[in-house]
Design a protein around this ligand. Structure first.
Ligand code: ATP
Length: 896
């Protein structure tokens, strides 16, 4: 049945014209620092500065060599040029990855423009994204929503707006009634502004300004993603980086002293210029050691991992708003989840109506029928969208929309009924109240009527009588019967609603509501409605996966114990041996003392008839018990609980207040996406561990080699330019490769890591053994190789090129070991999904070949034969084969 709204709104063509004339509803982000200045920032790093100083000194020495008595010519400049390129390359690659991360953040920031708003266009109510709103549009505003543009109100019912983003005022009453205007207010009482939120009530506005022209556009400062805030993991890593740096500086100082002493002992008769050049060279070795050992790529790798994860999580319906949430999700031990929409499909359908005065389910032409159809139409904030001819879509509160759909199926036009009745006062539905009430001047009954619908026991508590079988009976006479009916529906996981009304006289008209509640109401109960909302098909498996991962799943719902238990049973959290100890109602929970509640929180599986304050207390008590809590919320009043939890998860169709308070928005509302967020969080942590494992192994090996090499031989076996290349591989390339490894479902078979004070350190014991074991083995092999070359015929350029390539290839194969670390599978598993990893691996091999073949004096190398390469690659690969063998044995032991 086509139903037209009293407002026509813009036609398609008018929308286009308005967009041409006034522009789109998009805010231009403030100009960012230019690419150049972002690039120059890279040189702010103290290590790069030391390197630059060293580079200048080496240029001077090269100049002396070039024109001095030895007159080496331009070849003397090759090493400084090499150093310069290495510095540039290191900063460019770092810069590139940073750009990539920034791009990911930019994408996340634009998602906000896609939030849906309700608009009336062509006489129909429909949903459009915020950025599509144009001047002249008619927008329907509801509790919890953000005002999408500036405009004036056409209608306002109990409308209260939070203007704190603009004026600092948290609650401002808005009205269209000139007599009630507040002339002191910053913005006129009939004007609403973009960026403010509806705290209570609802209204209809006409858009007057969009995009940058809005008041908010003028003060807009850009990105809302807090990309600058350090996450706990980053703090932990920064501490680690400091310790490693100190060790690096100490080793560098030791090397410098050792080499200097050696030089001074053997320098008698050396020309002063040569002596200075040698000292400078020793200084450069020490500086390079610092460069190699200081893990300056670590913070970058974490930011990159976070940015990549955030971007990929967006593809699996998780919009991360605060960076830390990515990693904290992986440490979660308890998830407190809503029921409606998260566990269920939120596709509500009236299963059965039970109005006691109606025969069957048909609405007949009598007074009770009129009360029912007018009550459902008027005491509601939902809409039906008829713009699609095939299917009627619903907008707004799903419970109310289900009732409108039912009315529509009874051939009743809800919009006519709603628009003909004048609303005098209204209490919209809230989880605290658990009912909705509206006072209207009814044209159908020619009286002023109070309509109430809500949780049956609460509505019934305000009723004196029940309209049944053509008469009115006292509530006491019918109560037992009604409760049996309710329980029957609830045991089938249905939500139940009670309906009631009261005819008001003039005095009661304004006094029946007080303090946001019904006051001295004397209602007549009309009946109940059972609404079905099936469990989402993917939820039982997702819940099971969380349970396997050692994460407790608790249902926190506003619904009844019966409904909640049945849903719990269907998703697999409520078992047959569970007792009343595992379930509690909100009011009973409130009555418990903190001590009593603390004793029970971990065992609770369901909290029903919960209010937002109960949810918040539950979260806080669980945290006191040491749990890392993720909590879902969609309502404005969930904001405190969302903020209190370590990870607040808001729902895609939740209010913008809830979204703002949350750390992640689950765009498709589904519990399945929450499970995926846990998997991502854990994978991210693991990828960083892999990177650390790889980097620290090179650190140990490179530092010891240079230290021991310079003590044993006359010069460092790895030259400065060679070490800078090694540094580039491990700091930047490997960070990119390992940070972008795909998530692994297997992480969901482990127990959650311990976080917070006294929690697990990111470098586990097995990692430490691995780092030192492998690092020292590398050193022994490499020193052995050096001694072998030395014993043969001294260290020739060929030997040093061989040594350099062998060193890099050892790290190359070890990167595959790092990839497989803790996975319990071969390093060759899921190579298809690890494209970035393979790409980086390829760059390392090709880069090494090009350097050795064409690097010449710049890298102090000479080209190697194919036979040499085959031997180097083949012999160094034993690192991987040994790793594979260890993993195979481990998996066999595990199976046993
Ligand atoms: P969850 O908190 O898990 O989403 P829920 O949606 O069932 O669960 P509430 O929204 O707090 O929880 O609803 C609690 C009760 O309030 C419902 O069982 C129902 O009886 C009643 N109710 C729900 N929506 C409305 C509404 N729009 N108008 C009146 N009563 C409602």
């Amino acid at each position: 049945m086509e139903q037209k709204h009293q407002y026509r709104g813009l036609t398609k063509q008018e929308v286009e014209e308005s967009r041409q004339l006034h522009g789109e509803n998009i805010l231009t982000p403030p100009e960012k620092a230019s690419l150049w200045s972002q690039f120059l920032e890279k040189f702010d790093d103290p290590i790069i500065k030391i390197l630059l100083v060293a580079w200048i000194l080496s240029m001077i020495i090269a100049g002396v060599h070039c024109w001095g008595p030895e007159a080496k010519g331009f070849t003397a400049f090759l090493e400084p040029i090499g150093i310069f390129f290495a510095i540039m390359l290191a900063s460019c690659v770092g810069f590139f990855f940073e750009m990539k991360a920034n791009k990911a953040f930019d994408i996340l920031n634009t998602v906000n423009d896609d939030t849906l708003v309700k608009a009336i266009r062509d006489g129909n109510i429909c949903q459009i994204s915020k950025k599509e709103v144009v001047v002249g549009d008619i927008i329907v505003l509801e509790t919890g929503e953000e005002v999408p543009a500036d405009g004036s109100l056409l209608e306002a019912i109990s409308l209260q707006i939070n203007e704190s983003t603009l004026t600092g005022e948290p609650i401002i009453s808005k009205t269209t009634n000139e007599a009630d205007f507040d002339h002191e207010a910053t913005y006129p009482s009939n004007v609403v502004m973009r960026g403010t939120t509806v705290v209570d009530g609802h209204g209809i506005m006409k858009v007057e300004k969009v995009g940058d022209a809005t008041g908010y556009g003028k003060v807009y400062e850009g990105s809302q993603i807090e990309s600058g805030v350090e996450t706990p993991l980053q703090t932990q890593l920064a501490g680690l980086a400091k310790v490693i740096s100190k060790a690096g500086y100490s080793i560098a100082a030791l090397t410098f002293i050792a080499l200097l002493a050696k030089l001074l002992l053997s320098s008698s008769g050396m020309p002063v210029m040569d002596l200075i050049a040698h000292i400078l060279n020793i200084f450069m070795v020490a500086v390079t050691l610092i460069v190699v050992s200081v893990p300056e790529g670590l913070p970058m790798s974490v930011t990159l991992s976070l940015a990549l994860s955030m971007n990929r999580m967006l593809k699996t319906n998780n919009l991360v708003r605060k960076m830390h949430a990515c990693e904290t999700m992986g440490a979660t031990t308890v998830i407190c989840t809503d029921k409606t929409g998260t566990l269920t499909q939120n596709q509500m359908q009236v299963h059965q109506t039970n109005f006691y005065n109606l025969k069957g389910q048909k609405l007949e032409d009598n007074e009770i029928s009129n009360l029912i159809k007018e009550g459902i139409s008027v005491n509601s904030t939902a809409y039906l969208d008829f713009s699609d001819n095939d299917k009627v879509k619903t907008l707004g509160n799903p419970t109310e929309a289900a009732l409108l759909l039912w009315l529509n199926s009874q051939q009743q036009n809800y919009l006519d009924l709603r628009e003909n009745a004048a609303v005098i006062e209204q209490l919209t539905f809230s989880t605290e109240r658990k009912y909705m009430a509206t006072v209207v001047k009814s044209p159908l009954l020619n009286k002023t009527i109070l309509y109430v619908k809500g949780a049956p026991e609460i509505v019934l508590a305000n009723c004196q009588r029940v309209a049944t079988d053509g008469t009115f009976k006292p509530v006491e006479d019918c109560k037992a019967n009604i409760e049996t009916q309710l329980l029957n529906y609830q045991n089938q996981a249905m939500r139940t609603l009670g309906f009631a009304y009261q005819v008001l006289d003039d005095k009661q008209e304004t006094s029946v509501f007080a303090n946001g509640k019904l006051h001295n109401a004397n209602l007549t109960f009309l009946g109940i409605v059972a609404i079905s909302d099936p469990v989402r098909s993917d939820v039982p498996a997702a819940v099971q996966s969380c349970l396997n991962a050692g994460i407790d799943v608790k249902i926190v719902t506003g619904d009844t114990p019966g409904t909640a238990k049945e849903i719990g049973r269907q998703i697999g959290t409520w078992q047959t041996n569970d007792t009343e100890h595992n379930i509690i109602t909100g009011p009973n929970f409130e009555a418990l003392s903190d001590d009593e509640a603390l004793n029970r929180v971990l065992d609770l599986k369901i909290m029903c008839r919960a209010r937002p304050t109960d949810k918040q207390r539950l979260v806080q008590l669980l945290q006191q018990k040491g749990a890392v809590v993720a909590v879902t919320g969609d309502g404005t009043n969930d904001a405190p609980a969302l903020k209190a939890a370590q990870v607040g998860l808001s729902m895609g169709d939740g209010t913008s207040v809830a979204k703002e308070a949350s750390d992640i928005t689950i765009l498709d509302n589904s519990f399945g996406s929450i499970t995926r967020a846990v998997m991502w969080g854990r994978s991210l942590y693991r990828n960083i561990q892999k990177f650390l494992l790889f980097q620290l192994t090179i650190n140990v090996a490179a530092c010891l080699i240079v230290l021991l090499g310079s003590l044993l031989g006359t010069e460092s076996p790895l030259t400065i330019t060679q070490m800078l290349w090694v540094n580039l591989i491990m700091d930047t390339f490997a960070a990119g490769a390992l940070a972008s490894l795909p998530p692994n479902e297997k992480v969901m078979q482990d127990k959650p890591r311990k976080s917070g004070k006294g929690g697990d350190f990111i470098i586990t014991r097995s990692m430490a053994y691995n780092i030192f074991g492998v690092g020292i083995s590398f050193v022994i092999i490499l020193i052995g190789l050096l001694l072998y070359f030395h014993a043969e015929d001294g260290l020739t350029p060929h030997d040093l090129s061989w040594f350099f390539s062998f060193f890099v290839m050892l790290q190359f194969w070890n990167m595959f070991n790092a990839k497989a670390f803790m996975e319990g599978t071969s390093a060759f598993a899921n190579l298809k999904e690890s494209k970035s990893f393979l790409f980086v691996a390829l760059i390392i091999v090709i880069g090494q070949y090009l350097i050795v073949t064409f690097g010449g004096k710049m890298f102090s190398v000479i080209p190697l034969s194919w036979k040499d390469w085959a031997i180097i690659i083949g012999s160094s690969s034993f690192v991987l084969w040994i790793g594979e063998a260890c993993r195979f044995i481990q998996s066999l032991l595990k199976k046993k």
